[in-house]
Design a protein around this ligand. Structure first.
Ligand SMILES: [Fe+2]
Ligand SMILES: [Fe+2]
Length: 296
């Protein structure tokens, strides 16, 4: 298959021809990221979400998942916002909005992509907390959207992407390596193009661009390294891209692990065996939640 040209892809991303429009609420919600907690208007956020029926039921479903640590069931968006806090509500809304634009065809496993993304978000935040990274919520968002380029490829270059996905799955190889071979470029490039087009934050752009090439991260290397390790841990724990990869990870040999060691003295106290067990406990819950959200 001929390699895709960057100019052609750039043009497709700029026109977003074939990309479904996102629920209108996503950008106002993402903009709340830059506001101080006391400036965030909870009432307004809840009101915006409640205008979208499908989104409201997805948010409530997700808010009631044990993954988000709710002790008691919530039945209203306002109740969810008050119990979870506005940042967690924002994370849930972002997850639901992005899932709404995913293709539902069986050829490419979009549900698996969201299982992976959601798991990476949870693992990135958890790892960030344990390692004393200053903004664990930022780590959640970065984990959630690190592979957004795969969604771009599914939607904008479906033929090329499907061929690469099938080849990677049958050979149990890294999707990124096969994308590079088959398409001439991989999802980090398209994710970054989308980030620029949507005017997302620079740190998100860097994570999209560098999460498989962490040594080139300059803006927030620790964040990119956290997402890289979360990605590897999820892929080796059954929360990859919907197929089993022949992937063996030795943390000490990973460039991201070296960066984490440079930035966090707490890494010495991290019990990795215990941490990996925690991830395995997510598997069924993440799967059940994504499946339910895809059906709502
Ligand atoms: Fe990736
Ligand atoms: Fe990934």
């Amino acid at each position: 298959m001929p390699a895709l040209s960057l100019t052609d892809l750039q043009h497709r991303v700029e026109t977003l021809n074939g990309f479904p429009s996102l629920p209108a609420i996503l950008f106002p919600v993402l903009n709340q990221l830059s506001a101080n907690t006391d400036e965030i208007d909870l009432h307004k956020t809840v009101q915006m979400v409640s205008h979208d029926g499908a989104l409201s039921s997805q948010v409530l479903h997700m808010a009631n998942s044990p993954l988000f640590g709710m002790r008691q069931r919530v039945n209203s968006l306002r109740g969810a916002a008050l119990t979870l806090g506005v940042h967690r509500l924002r994370d849930i809304v972002t997850s639901c909005c992005l899932m709404q634009v995913s293709p539902r065809t069986s050829e490419v496993n979009a549900a698996a992509l969201w299982e992976h993304s959601l798991a990476c978000a949870l693992v990135s935040r958890n790892l960030a907390r344990k390692l004393g990274y200053s903004d664990p919520e930022r780590a959640y968002l970065a984990g959630l959207i690190h592979d957004l380029g795969l969604l771009v490829n599914m939607l904008l270059v479906p033929k090329e992407y499907t061929a690469a996905y099938k080849k990677a799955a049958s050979a149990r190889r890294s999707l990124r390596d096969v994308e590079l071979e088959e398409m001439g470029l991989s999802h980090e490039i398209t994710g970054d193009l989308l980030c620029t087009h949507w005017h997302l934050f620079d740190y998100l752009s860097e994570v999209m661009r560098r999460h498989h090439d962490v040594e080139k991260a300059t803006l927030d290397p620790m964040l990119t390294a956290l997402v890289n390790i979360a990605d590897l841990l999820c892929r080796t724990s059954g929360l990859g891209y919907g197929y089993t990869e022949d992937l063996v990870v030795t943390l000490q040999e990973e460039p991201a692990w070296r960066i984490i060691n440079e930035h966090s003295p707490r890494v010495k106290h991290l019990d990795m065996a215990c941490f990996t067990l925690e991830i395995e406990a997510y598997v069924n819950e993440v799967r059940a939640m994504v499946n339910a959200l895809f059906c709502l």
